[in-house]
Design a protein around this ligand. Sequence first.
Ligand code: ATP
Length: 356
Amino acid sequence: MSSQLALENVAVAYGSFTAVSGVSLTLESGEIGCLLGPSGCGKTTLLRAIAGFESISAGRISLRGDTISQPGAMLPPERRRVGMVFQDFALFPHLSVARNIAFGLAAMPAAERQQRVAQMLELVSLETYANAYPHELSGGQQQRVALARALAPAPEVLLLDEPFSSLDSELREQLAGEVRELLKRNGVTAILVTHDQHEAFAMADRIALLRQGRVAQLDTPYNLYHNPGSEFVAEFIGQGSILTVSVNEAGELNDGLGMLDMGHRHWQAGETLRLLVRPDDIEYDEHSQLSLVVRGRSFRGAHYLYDLVLPDGQHVPCLAPSHIDVPPGGQLPVRFNLQHVVVFEPDTTPAESATA
Ligand SMILES: Nc1ncnc2c1ncn2[C@@H]1O[C@H](COP(=O)(O)OP(=O)(O)OP(=O)(O)O)[C@@H](O)[C@H]1O
């Protein structure tokens, strides 16, 4: 059976500049995907290509097996059965909530339209706001109206363009979780664009992390964090440091501290490796012989995130309970717990250019 949405080897060019190339990904029915990445990596360009606002210069985009974009041919946005929620919600200020939601249903007979609007109001729990105007609603409520409006025509895929960015940061993660619940409950296939990994984690089943117009890794949130395939992914996702370490004659890793306990893993003597160390790979241990200098720290409520200096000058993060209160310049006794860390071969390839 065909995927709900499939991108095969898609490229998008603006004149001679190739903004996106070689992008392949599929979404199955009811799946929530995410395009994540730093500013300028091509997220919006890809979303616009899926919506039909941007033509593609290579590859194919299809919805349930039907081609909607290929070089030189594209179905116009209004014929794609794609719904869109914009960054600023784009509600019509002079229309009531109900009329905003009814906007895309002009072709429907009036009675059916009214029923559909009522159903959408219920879906987003705004039944009592049908006659309110957008300015009378909170940011979160406005967003639910935008969602209801986009879902009203029953699109085959819902596109969400940075849907939480105009809301305050406290609300964002909570809303991302709520929107996920709503979409999952209703079996909506959706794709979200964001540069915020917490939003991506809270909403998506699978994430395509983009770098300079290409997919750096397409994976579950768990794998992106725990099994990053490259240093770029490791540095973009979560916190951590990448240490340069050498392998000694016994095949063990040595970083100037003595040996790092890596469980049963061994490497070729003489090699240099890059090791991803996450804050939870280094634990506070009051009995440890090893103390590291505190370079800085930030308060996280239950924890301090410490920035510690190794004897050779490299830094490592460490998450310690916040009652362990060592100011910068002090020494924190720690233990390395590196059984699950990720090791990279040295990355000598220069960053790829997006321009083909
Ligand atoms: N209309 C355009 N004409 C020419 N270049 C463009 C156009 N739109 C985007 N670009 C370029 O294409 C690249 C990708 O842009 P895009 O807006 O897709 O990135 P993004 O990942 O969505 O970034 P942001 O998170 O900042 O919105 C950038 O280098 C951008 O400068």
